[in-house]
Design a protein. Structure first.
Length: 323
């Protein structure tokens, strides 16, 4: 009996591959970088299913080149790289990997927040570059106290709420915005639901946890940045295009904002020439928030489970709905 053909656009951890290998004929793109457009089309020409990454653009043209495709299992929780509506119109299911990366992502938002507030990266450079000439001084590398300050969480979904639970451990005052109130979250953390402008005006730290869609693209633009408290910080490990990067640069370079922690950028990979990277008050990372080893294994297993459910005629657990 012929097995369905599965195209995988990058090597995902073995934990998931092992579950898939006996059930699919697998074609695995072997390189570190994404398949170029012609290789993607070639890989999909006869594929019944695929595993995609957030850096694979799966648009109408790609779907048109995949006449047999019935299932896209995304190796990420976000799926803004996939034209989900076009997929659905073609009867193609799309799944993602929620939950398993919530803690890793919240941890990393926290790592960025602590690093920028307490100047960890600057301090590391200061020591390594031989600038530490005086043993101790009351004004050396002063940063911002995190405990007892106010954090504003934009988007209190799974990851935003996990950031909020960590903030409670730091005795922070927690604000959140979003379309709905989260009663349980409020009970556990003492968080208060406010509108976006109030959150921006009152928070010392603003942390973004929204999906990228037509409502959130550029939601933090020059006007919204101008509402933020002078000396506040912004953290983004959701999606880069949620912030207008040029406006953010202005706000940081002028000293109006005290700093930013960024794991995501308008264009990825971001160019080393990005002006934000010239600023000492910006801590950056290359989109690695979910990059915990066990987390990545679990993401791979979820991808496999979704594909196997589809293969066995069941509803995959993590189907996404069009926004
Ligand atoms: C996601 O899952 O959407 C993250 O951005 C990468 O893990």
């Amino acid at each position: 009996m012929t097995r369905p053909r599965l195209f995988i656009t990058r090597r995902i951890p073995d934990a998931g591959l092992e579950l898939l290998s006996g059930r699919f004929d697998i074609e695995l793109w072997p390189e570190y970088g994404p398949p170029p457009a012609d290789a993607l089309r070639a890989g999909l020409a006869n594929a019944d299913a695929m595993v995609s990454l957030l850096s694979d653009r799966i648009d109408k043209a790609v779907l048109d080149a995949a006449p047999r495709l019935k299932m896209i299992a995304q190796y990420a929780v976000g799926y803004d790289n996939i034209d989900v509506i076009a997929a659905r119109a073609r009867g193609i299911l799309v799944s993602n990997t929620p939950d398993v990366l919530t803690d890793a992502s919240a941890d990393f938002a926290w790592a960025l927040l602590m690093a920028v507030a307490r100047r960890v990266v600057e301090a590391d450079r200061y020591v390594r570059e031989g600038k530490w000439q005086v043993a101790w001084h009351p004004a050396m590398l002063l940063g911002r106290d995190v405990a007892h300050s106010t954090i504003g969480i934009i988007g209190a979904g799974r990851i935003g709420q996990a950031v909020g639970r960590r903030a409670k451990g730091f005795s922070m005052n927690i604000l959140y915005s979003g379309s709905s109130e989260k009663h349980d979250f409020e009970v556990v953390t003492g968080a208060k639901h406010v509108d976006l402008d109030t959150l921006l005006r009152e928070s010392d730290f603003v942390s973004l946890h929204v999906p990228l869609n037509e409502h959130t693209r550029n939601m933090i633009n020059a006007e919204k940045l101008s509402l933020m408290k002078p000396g506040a910080y912004i953290i983004n490990n959701s999606r880069g295009p949620v912030i207008d990067e040029k406006a953010l640069y202005q706000a940081l370079a002028s000293g109006r904002l005290a700093g930013a922690g960024l794991d995501v950028f308008a264009t990825e990979p971001a160019s080393a020439e990005n002006p934000l990277f010239k600023l000492d008050n910006v801590v950056v990372a290359p989109h690695i928030s979910s990059a915990g080893q066990a987390t990545r294994d679990r993401m791979s297993i979820i991808v496999a489970r979704n594909l196997l459910a589809w293969l066995d005629g069941h509803n995959p657990e993590n189907l996404v709905t069009p926004f």
